[in-house]
Design a protein around this ligand. Structure first.
Ligand code: GLP
Length: 241
């Protein structure tokens, strides 16, 4: 793992934009795996700025997102498809037809998981996958478990994840209990991985991800088995390494 530590959350966004921007410049029709959550926001702001400044061109870029809540679609402002449109896609010159997320409104779990795996496959796999990390070590919505997931699956969210994500909803009860998520196996198939974390609250789990044993109890620890991972941390997130 290549570990980069920066001073601030803003700098985290600009260093991550350097890495992702380099991918877009090297391969203009690359497949980017994208993530939601608070952590990528400074990165997305910087990608938007560079696009508007004419430095980055997204016209041929394809994207696949990690996950989506079951039961939520574009009409819900808590859905991840809505998040991606408002925080990135509507502000850059990407073709919306080239953006993909699991469809939270498809209640046929088997069909939706198979469809999403086929989408990733049809794009030729992921060139660079962006990840955040949950406080319990989850990546995408792959929660701590007894085994690693491989393909897209439908998960029951842990209570701690529901509570952590309740800040985006009116009340914790409104947080969906299930989500579709790309599997850990699919994430590991990405040719490059960029994982970002911010704040002291993530310091313990960041240390476990990097220095702890590889275990499905800490899904992010699986990244130790990948040959091309860049970790960008601000001072707080790096404080226990
Ligand atoms: C959610 C997402 C993850 C994300 C995590 C951390 O649960 N499914 O992909 O990494 O939250 O979010 P944050 O960046 O807000 O801490």
């Amino acid at each position: 793992m290549k570990i980069i530590t920066v001073d601030s959350y803003e700098e985290l966004g600009s260093r991550a934009a350097d890495v992702m921007g380099a991918q877009v410049i090297m391969k203009p029709n690359c497949v980017l795996g994208l993530a939601t959550g608070s952590t990528p926001l400074s990165l997305y702001q910087e990608l938007i700025r560079r696009n508007k400044a004419g430095i980055l061109d997204f016209s041929r870029v394809r994207t696949v997102n990690l996950d989506e809540y079951v039961g939520l679609g574009i009409e819900s402002d808590q859905s991840y498809v809505y998040f991606m449109r408002k925080n990135l896609f509507e502000h850059i010159n990407i073709d919306m037809n080239n953006t993909h997320l699991p469809n939270g409104l498809n209640s046929d779990v088997y069909a939706e998981c198979a469809r999403y795996d086929a989408v990733i496959e049809s794009l030729g796999g992921i060139d660079m996958q962006l990840l955040g990390i949950g406080h319990n070590g989850h990546i995408a919505f792959n929660e701590p478990a007894d085994s690693f997931t491989v393909n897209t699956n439908c998960v029951d969210l842990q209570q701690s994840t529901i509570e952590a994500n309740a800040r985006f909803f009116a009340k914790a009860d409104d947080v969906p209990k299930k989500a579709y998520t790309m599997g850990v196996g699919a994430i590991l198939k990405a040719r490059r991985i960029l994982i970002i974390a911010s704040g002291e609250g993530k310091a313990d789990i960041v240390r476990e991800m990097i220095k702890g044993p590889v275990t499905p109890k800490v899904p992010a620890s699986a990244l130790q088995m990948h040959r091309n991972v860049t970790v960008i941390l601000d001072k707080g997130a790096a404080s226990k390494l």
